[in-house]
Design a protein around this ligand. Sequence first.
Ligand code: SF4
Length: 111
Amino acid sequence: MNANDQASYAGYRALMLVLFGRSGQPPAWRAQAACAGQDTEEFFDPKRIEDVKDGCAGCPVLAECRSDQLTWETSGQGSRRYYASGIVAGLSGPERKRLHYPRTPDRKDVA
Ligand code: SF4
């Protein structure tokens, strides 16, 4: 398995866990998800990023999905960096990573 495959696999696991839960039972909000029944591989296709993000932007459970995903990524269930791939809750892996690891402000930004 090469690095890209590993990243996709990790992202897939992350998406499955956030959307379906650890027990295999979906969270209550899942029934209202815009991506219900959608091919999850789209969430890892670089050519579909904007389409997937558009879908998430109109999703009625975006806030719940984002909260669960970000919580899960910081819950100690593995490396955040490892799982930070794919679009989940309208955020790319690098965007989620920046939320977890906010950059130190540039010197010019410091008052
Ligand atoms: S915000 Fe996006 S990933 Fe989350 S449930 Fe809605 S469509 Fe799916």
